[in-house]
Design a protein around this ligand. Structure first.
Ligand code: PLP
Length: 407
């Protein structure tokens, strides 16, 4: 690169990813093929519209790429229709809402304070500012979603849309149960499976179809593709969903990213992807068991998916995240249900297994990583703790390398 400053910083970031371990449940390592597609001149094209109906010329090959991506997405998710253009998970949600709702319409979503996402009605987000959100949370004792409570709130509120989705929740979602409630109150049902898309494809988590009208997701978390979004829906909603993406919420699609999405969908159709997702679940369980053995409390007592949330109410989670950073373990401090502490220094630490599983770590190594995290949490006052743990993390990272040919 001619721009040496940026080249150096990119190299440093790659080294950081190679030498450390990401336990951030929303992160993963996309394949080299996916990365290559993102860095192609496809990025130069303007192709507002859809295959066969573009507002710009010269889209012969772009049309073929987008059609392939759509076909693969529909196959992969057993969906009647796919829109592969959303730039991100948040953009996918914005378009889904625009398709189904008018400003001020009532929506029932999972409370941010219980583990929901900003785009599910946070008052500082476009969703909460535009639509009239009510929330369901988790049961105070079990810390799980209580479907009877969801039904009670739905009957009271009578929302036009119910959203089944979480971002910091370690249990499975009962899409069939949500569908029964939505039918009862005459609401659309949407699932945002941004976190669990890979698990869904592999049968490690219940499928949102045929229960949901619209399904949104990111393509970069458990799905392990490029950074991006995707909307899947029933055929009768195809037209309004497409219109809501373009011209409703976006201009020209990112054609390089759509090519990378097509590659990621093909990768996710391979038998090895199923094994990968199963291993994600096994590794998450192994980590959770180790944290329990170390005496920590996990929200809801464990995990059924790819992530877990440690209750560290008695600790300084910002300090812990910083100490773990120094040790080369990347984590995400997060609120716990009804957290008494502020979002910048909350009571929880959210950890997940997708990225370490991509590197090839299995249960024994996942257990070791959880024990090293535990050691850092318990010994933050030891000035040498991060340095000591860093050596072991580096050894693990070298044993399970990523992007070797980028060196
Ligand atoms: C459930 C859920 N939906 C949407 C998003 C937003 O995705 P993006 O960061 O691509 O906008 C996230 C991201 O963390 C998420 O967890």
């Amino acid at each position: 690169m001619k721009d040496e400053q940026i080249q150096k910083l990119i190299e440093q970031e790659i080294k950081c990813q190679q030498n450390g371990l990401s336990l951030i449940p929303s992160e993963n390592y996309a394949s080299k093929e996916t990365l290559l597609a993102m860095g192609t001149p496809l990025s130069n094209k303007y192709s507002e519209g859809y295959p066969g109906k573009r507002y710009y010329g010269g889209n012969e090959f772009i049309d073929k790429i987008e059609k392939l991506a759509i076909e693969r997405a529909e196959q992969l998710f057993s969906a009647e229709h796919a829109n592969v253009q959303p730039h991100s998970g948040s953009q996918a949600n914005a378009a889904a809402y625009l398709a189904l709702l008018k400003p001020g319409d009532k929506v029932l979503g999972f409370d941010l304070k219980a583990g929901g996402h900003l785009t599910h009605g946070s008052p500082v987000n476009f969703s909460g500012l535009t639509y009239n959100f009510s929330y369901y949370g988790v049961d105070a004792k079990t810390e799980r979603i209580d479907m009877a409570e969801v039904e009670k709130i739905a009957l009271e509120v009578k929302p036009k849309l119910i959203i089944a989705s979480t971002t910091s929740y370690s249990r499975q979602l009962d899409f069939e149960g949500f569908s029964k409630i939505a039918k009862k109150v005459g609401a659309y049902l949407m699932a945002d499976i941004a976190h669990i898309a890979g698990l869904v494809i592999a049968g490690e988590h219940p499928h949102p179809f045929p229960w949901c009208d619209v399904v949104t997701t990111t393509t970069h978390k458990t799905l392990r593709g490029p950074r991006g979004g995707l909307i899947l829906c029933k055929k009768e909603l195809a037209e309004i969903v497409d219109k809501a993406v373009f011209p409703g919420t976006q201009g020209g699609p990112l054609d390089n990213i759509i090519a990378a999405k097509a590659i990621c969908f093909l990768e996710a159709q391979q038998p090895a992807f199923k094994d990968y997702q199963h291993q994600i679940a096994l590794n998450a369980r192994a980590m959770a068991e180790e944290f329990l053995r170390q005496g920590f409390r996990l929200i809801s007592g464990g995990t059924d998916n790819h992530l877990m949330v440690l209750d560290l109410s008695d600790y300084d989670t910002k300090l812990i995240q910083d100490k773990l950073d120094e040790a080369g373990i990347y984590t995400n401090r997060n609120a716990i249900p009804n957290d008494a502490k502020p979002p910048f220094n909350p009571s929880g630490l959210r950890l997940g297994s997708p990225a370490i599983t991509t590197r090839g770590l299995r249960e024994a190594e996942a257990t070791l990583v959880a024990s090293l995290v535990s050691e850092v949490i318990k010994k933050t006052e030891d000035p040498e703790i991060s340095k000591k743990v860093k050596e072991q993390i580096k050894a693990l990272a070298e044993k399970y390398p990523i992007y070797e040919d980028l060196n």
